[in-house]
Design a protein around this ligand. Structure first.
Ligand code: DAT
Length: 172
């Protein structure tokens, strides 16, 4: 069987994980999984967060749900958190970053307001997801990618496609 890598795309909401992940799947033939959508479809929740007005992810059930697929390989996982996935799942981790003025506009047009908007902007300013990724995975596999402009998006896509091709050569 041809071996394929598993890729994690993480970062604050609005940085461009979904846009990148879907296009990357098109170009590489890897399977794209949006953890937010997966949780919604399977109602993989454990309570409701009144402060941020959103359901709380049942992380254990998400991991159980994805385990077989991840073991098979060839999956692009998209989520705004990363420390609850088993470390062994991923061959590479990309943390997408966006300047705050850009992120503000993106989140506002998504309908985020008040505390939720503020919390996410703070999260990006303090590069919380990058720190989370550096704590959870081996540093050599964690990469920061800027995602401010369409040119950034294209450059990131090209780089990851090249990396994927090289990985496939090295492992098959
Ligand atoms: P995420 O999945 O991280 O929440 P998204 O892919 O839904 O983010 O993108 C949020 C918005 O930003 C969406 O309107 C597309 C736009 N966008 C994404 N990446 C971009 C980039 N590199 N340059 C400009 N706009 C981008």
């Amino acid at each position: 069987m041809v071996k394929k890598p598993n890729i994690l795309l993480t970062g604050t909401p609005g940085v461009g994980k979904t846009t990148l992940g879907k296009e990357l799947a098109q170009r590489t033939g890897l399977v794209y999984v949006n953890v937010g959508d997966l949780a919604q479809e399977g109602q993989l929740y454990d309570g409701y967060d009144d402060e941020y007005k959103c359901p709380i992810l049942d992380e254990d059930r998400v991991v159980d749900e994805l385990e077989d697929k991840m073991t098979e390989g060839g999956v692009i996982v998209d989520y705004h958190g990363c420390d609850f996935f088993p470390q062994r799942w991923f061959d590479i981790v990309f943390v997408l970053r966006t300047d705050n003025t850009q992120l503000y506009t993106r989140l506002e047009s998504r309908g985020y307001t008040g505390k939720k908007l503020e919390h996410n902007l703070q999260c990006e300013i303090f590069q919380m997801i990058y720190e989370e990724a550096m704590d959870a995975y081996s540093h050599e596999i964690v990469h920061m990618l800027w995602s401010n402009t369409p040119e950034d998006l294209e450059r990131n896509l090209e780089q990851i496609v090249l990396w994927t091709e090289q990985w496939a050569k090295d492992h098959n």
